[in-house]
Write a protein that binds this ligand. Structure first.
Ligand SMILES: Nc1ncnc2c1ncn2[C@@H]1O[C@H](COP(=O)(O)OP(=O)(O)OP(=O)(O)O)[C@@H](O)[C@H]1O
Ligand SMILES: [Mg+2]
Length: 260
């Protein structure tokens, strides 16, 4: 494995770029996330967050640039294979298997991570209870509600006890009780040394949980810093709007809804 260039750097990208036809979805991204950080990756719709997350997790090949996870170059297939065991992912499209129950799906995921069956079985039951899915055995995931699918995907990401979690909009569609449980669990993961990389549009959650924030706009990194730095100058919302939203807010109006 290639040695990391950064101290305790878990995620490192160099000139990471993804082009779709004429659209440069991610443009020369240089990111660094250190171990044990709770990293919020923010940006407006279409900014390039999910595309970045897909490249970081090996779901999408970069057009250019390099990715190192735990100091290892992900373009090396053997490194990538080993890295996958340390990573939990909730992708944008959730990618569940329609014709399995929640229990079957988690058992399958556990076996994919090569965990011993008794360990998988115990973790599966704990996760199903925690996510409120234990009594849904008569349903295939195809028939799950959106929030139930999201919780199952989160359970699958947590099951291997990953050192690094990639979560694309983990709180979107999840009810307040489950959302609270999830926040506590993610904080526990970070407290035991794991690193969390999440995208979210819910700035209040990001502000409460994250230690570090990066903002991407039109594929380009426009800010990377700590939450502490942001708090010194105001709220995360103020910071976000000042970085990517001011122009848009000022330019937009609906003429027929204005007061006469
Ligand atoms: N498979 C694809 N083919 C073509 N264009 C794509 C594809 N995936 C993403 N894009 C484009 O890349 C850009 C970034 O998309 P991406 O999904 O990464 O945005 P995002 O920041 O995750 O947005 P959102 O907040 O809405 O989830 C957009 O212009 C999008 O249309
Ligand atoms: Mg997205």
């Amino acid at each position: 494995m290639t040695a990391s260039t950064g101290h305790n750097c878990v995620i490192e990208t160099e000139g990471l770029t993804r082009i779709f036809g004429s659209v440069c979805a991610v443009d020369n991204l240089n990111l660094r996330v250190e171990q044990g950080r709770f990293f919020g990756f923010l940006g407006p719709n279409g900014a390039g967050k999910s595309t970045t997350l897909k490249m970081l997790t090996g779901m999408l090949a970069p057009s250019r640039g390099r990715i190192r996870l735990f100091g290892a170059d992900t373009s090396d297939p053997e490194c990538a294979r080993q890295l996958r065991r340390r990573i939990g992912v909730v992708p944008e499209n959730l990618a569940l298997f329609d014709y399995l129950t929640a229990r079957e799906y988690l058992l399958f995921i556990g076996r994919m991570y090569d965990l011993p069956l008794p360990v998988v079985a115990q973790r599966t039951e704990e996760l199903l209870a925690l996510m409120g899915l234990a009594k849904e055995d008569n349903k295939l995931t195809l028939d799950f509600s959106h929030g139930m699918k999201k919780k199952l995907a989160l359970a699958a990401a947590l099951l291997p006890g990953p050192d690094l979690l990639f979560l694309d909009e983990p709180f979107e569609g999840v009810d307040p009780v489950s959302s609270r449980l999830l926040k506590d669990i993610l904080q526990q993961c970070v407290a035991r040394g794991a690193t969390v990389f999440l995208t979210s549009h819910v700035l209040e959650i990001v502000e409460r949980l994250c230690t570090d924030v990066a903002i991407i706009h039109q594929g380009r990194l426009v800010f990377q810093g700590t939450m502490e730095e942001i708090r010194q100058t105001g709220s995360l919302e103020d910071h976000f709007l000042a970085t990517v939203g001011r122009e848009h807010l000022q330019a937009q109006r609906l003429t027929w809804l204005e007061e006469t």
